[in-house]
Design a protein around this ligand. Structure first.
Ligand SMILES: NC(=O)c1ccc[n+]([C@@H]2O[C@H](COP(=O)([O-])OP(=O)(O)OC[C@H]3O[C@@H](n4cnc5c(N)ncnc54)[C@H](OP(=O)(O)O)[C@@H]3O)[C@@H](O)[C@H]2O)c1
Length: 385
C-alpha cells in the first residue's frame, strides 16, 4: 500500500522514515508548502497526490482544521484511505470525515490523535464491537503531566516547569491548548465518539493547570495528595454524555500517581472487561508516527473505521457528574460553594473541601469568580482531602 504524507514536521518526518522500513507499506509523495520542494519525493499541491493513481492512502500530519479538512475530503473523494494524527481536525470535523469515508468505501483512522503512541482508540474501537463501554479517560496530555510532575517531584514553580517543557519540545511556543486542558478535551471528545457514536461539540468543560501554584503543591503534599490533569468521558444510563477535563487529586496508591514525566495513561472501562489502562508515550516523533503506521498496517489488514456508522455530533451534559472538590479561593468569595471542611485559613485565602458539587457547577462557579478577578484553584477529590 503506497502512502502519501501531508506535512513534513515532527511527526511527518517520523512517518516518512518508518514507511521506508514497514512491511507491506511504501512511502509515496510528501506534501510540503510551496517553495519548500527541495527533494524529489516532495510535492507542493494536494492535486499531485489526489491525482496520483498509485497512491492508496494519505496520512495527514500537518495539524489545524484548514486546509487539512479540505485536503482530507479531496483525498477521500479520490478513493484514498485517510489516516491522521490531528485531534483538532477530528474533534471539529470527524463526523463529516467518517460519513465521507464510508460513502467512498475508504478507511478513516486516527489512533495518533488521542494518546500518541498509546493504542487507546484502536483498542476501544475493537472493544465496542463486543462490550458496553461505561467510561473513558485518563491522563491524555503529556506536556501538563510533565509540568505537574516537575512541580510536585522537584519543586519547580509553574513558570519554570513550563519553560523546561518548552525547552524539551513537549510544549508548543504557544502552550495555551495544553495548559488550559483544551488539548486533552479534544482527545476525550474523540474517545467518546468511538465509545458511544456521539462526538460532543457543546457543553464541554475544561479546567487546566494554569491556576496551580507552588503553594498548592506544598499544601497538597502535606495532605498526601498528588495532582494530575485527568480527562473523563461517561455515558449515563439515561443516555447523557459527560465529557470534561479537570485537575484531580490522587493518592500514592492510585495508578495516576505513578504516571511520571511526559507519559500518558489512557483508560476505559467495559461492562464485561472491567477497567483497562495503558501507559506510554503520548507524544514525540516516533511514538506518534508508530500510531500512524499502526493505522496504516491495520488498513492493509482490513480495518476501516473508528467512529461507528451513523456517528453524530452531539452535546455533553456535565450536570449529573458529582465530586467533592479541593478549592483554594479568596475568603471573601467562600459563599459561592458549599464548604464541607475548612482545611486552612490565613485570613485572606481559604482552602476547603466542598460537599458534593456537580462538575458543571464547579467549573461555572470558578469561571464566574475569575470574571470578578478572584484567583481560584480547584481539583476533584478521589478521597476526602
Ligand atoms: N508532535 C507530537 O508529538 C504529536 C503527537 C500527537 C499528535 N500530533 C499531531 O500531529 C500533527 C502534526 O504535529 P507536528 O508536531 O508534527 O507539527 P509540526 O512539527 O509543526 O509539523 C507540521 C508540518 O506540517 C506542515 N504544514 C502545515 N500546514 C501545511 C500546508 N498547508 N501545506 C503543507 N505543509 C503544511 C508544516 O510546515 P511549515 O513548517 O512550513 O509550517 C510542518 O512541517 C498535529 O495535528 C498534532 O496535533 C503531534
Amino acid at each position: 500500500m503506497k502512502v502519501a504524507v501531508l506535512g513534513y514536521g515532527t511527526v511527518g518526518v517520523g512517518v516518512y522514515e518508518m514507511l521506508q522500513a514497514a512491511e507491506g507499506l511504501e512511502a509515496g509523495p510528501v506534501l510540503v508548502r510551496p517553495g519548500k520542494v527541495n527533494e524529489p519525493f516532495k510535492v507542493d499541491s494536494i492535486e499531485a497526490i489526489t491525482g496520483d493513481a498509485t497512491v492508496d492512502a494519505v496520512a495527514e500530519v500537518m495539524g489545524g482544521v484548514e486546509p487539512a479538512f479540505t485536503y482530507a475530503l479531496a483525498a477521500i473523494q479520490a478513493g484514498k484511505h485517510f489516516v491522521t494524527s490531528n485531534k483538532a481536525l477530528v474533534a471539529a470535523k470527524g463526523v463529516e470525515l467518517n460519513r465521507a469515508a464510508r460513502e467512498n468505501g475508504v478507511a478513516f483512522l486516527f489512533s495518533a490523535a488521542c494518546g500518541g503512541g498509546v493504542p487507546i482508540l484502536h483498542n476501544l474501537a475493537r472493544a465496542v464491537e463486543t462490550d458496553e463501554i461505561l467510561s473513558v479517560g485518563g491522563i491524555l496530555n503529556g506536556t501538563t503531566n510533565y509540568m505537574l510532575d516537575q512541580m510536585q517531584s522537584i519543586g519547580l514553580d509553574y513558570g519554570e516547569a513550563l519553560r523546561q517543557a518548552q525547552q524539551l519540545g513537549y510544549a508548543e511556543a504557544d502552550p495555551t491548548a495544553d495548559v488550559t486542558g483544551l488539548d486533552a478535551l479534544r482527545k476525550i471528545m474523540l474517545a467518546c465518539a468511538v465509545a458511544w457514536g456521539e462526538l460532543p461539540q457543546e457543553g464541554l468543560l475544561n479546567e487546566g493547570i494554569d491556576s496551580f501554584t507552588a503553594e498548592d503543591v506544598r499544601d497538597l503534599a502535606a495532605r498526601g495528595f498528588v495532582c494530575r490533569l485527568v480527562a473523563s468521558g461517561k455515558r449515563a444510563e439515561d443516555g447523557r454524555l459527560a465529557a470534561y477535563v479537570e485537575p484531580v487529586l490522587v493518592s500514592a496508591g492510585d495508578a495516576e500517581s505513578a504516571v511520571l514525566r511526559n507519559y500518558n495513561m489512557a483508560r476505559y472501562e467495559g461492562r464485561c472487561s472491567g477497567p483497562i489502562a495503558m501507559i506510554g508515550q503520548g507524544a514525540g516523533r516516533y511514538p506518534t508516527a508508530s500510531a500512524v503506521l499502526r493505522d496504516l498496517s491495520g488498513i492493509a489488514a482490513g480495518e476501516s473505521a473508528m467512529f461507528p456508522a451513523g456517528c453524530v455530533n452531539g452535546a455533553a451534559d456535565n450536570s449529573a457528574e458529582v465530586h467533592e472538590y479541593y478549592v483554594r479561593l479568596p475568603k471573601a468569595a467562600v459563599h459561592s460553594l458549599p464548604v464541607a471542611a475548612v482545611l486552612s485559613d490565613d485570613g485572606e485565602t481559604l482552602r476547603f473541601r466542598t460537599g458534593e458539587v456537580s462538575v458543571k457547577t464547579m467549573h461555572e462557579t470558578a469561571a464566574s469568580l475569575r470574571a470578578d478577578h478572584h484567583a481560584v484553584f480547584f481539583a476533584a477529590c478521589r478521597r476526602s482531602a
